[in-house]
Design a protein around this ligand. Sequence first.
Ligand code: C2E
Ligand code: CA
Ligand code: CA
Ligand code: CA
Length: 279
Amino acid sequence: AKEDAGTSFQLYNHNMNLQVNEKIFMENNLRRAIENQELTVYYQPIIDIKTGKIKKAEALVRWEHPEDGIISPAKFIPLAEETGLIIPLGSFVLKEACQQLQDWINMEYHPIEISVNLSAQQFHKSNLKETVDNILDETGLNPELLGLEITESIAIQNVESTISVLNEFKNMKVKILLDDFGTGYSSLSYLVKFAVDIIKIDRSFITNFPHHSKRSAIVSAIIAMANKLTMKTVAEGVESWDKIKCLNEYKCDEAQGYLFSKPIPAKEFENLLKNNIEF
Ligand code: C2E
Ligand code: CA
Ligand code: CA
Ligand code: CA
């Protein structure tokens, strides 16, 4: 038994080393990917439920690996967070998305807004306001067309700093979206403290709804509450028309999901705008 314990201890150690090496390997790869511009931005439409027209695009990062193909953000965002690489990565996405929207505006396509995800490090450990200011200056984008998506977990890491950063964005007229709403450590008092413009109802509530009566009750209550707080609502992960019908009855403003489109490269998204698509 003693020997067994020794063996398993060694195995454990061996695995730990592998994990550490793999992490360093991945970190170096990601660093190179940022330098070599292997990162790209995909766009997913967010639809105005009333009109069926595209209202916004959410910018979602992808890694176009020369050998492995497209790598999903779930595979590298956590590492980027851990290593601080999320700060240059995040600035890249912000700049790219703002530049892209300004290009589309210049082409006089169907007008939309852009929405960009932020991470905790970007929010609390970098001079985010200055970065956003500079990017808006460089691209000439109207701040009212930019939305920043934050999660509750970002917000509660430092409530006081969150309140002051969000107020700065409010003064700049940049919109704030509360992402994945309902999954975090939701405290409704945050909705009062934080200058939030739009609530994105998490996909987990939209899945199985409207056939699941408890989920329907939660979704309709979130929308009713948001409307009373004069906040807008976006339903995430919408995959069928029966949900749209129900969301419309609940007075949800916008919807996003595979029903309309997966996240797609800029050129493909541009075609949707060019053709002024109506869903
Ligand atoms: P998120 O911000 O909640 O983004 C929505 C995710 O849901 C996207 O995954 C999108 O492809 C997926 N999705 C949209 N509609 C549907 C649907 O109808 N059904 C299903 N099953 N999924 C749907 P994606 O692009 O893989 O991104 C995953 C997460 O990675 C994002 O979740 C976000 O947290 C993070 N992320 C992506 N890009 C960035 C970025 O530029 N910066 C930061 N900090 N995080 C990012
Ligand atoms: Ca998001
Ligand atoms: Ca989300
Ligand atoms: Ca998410």
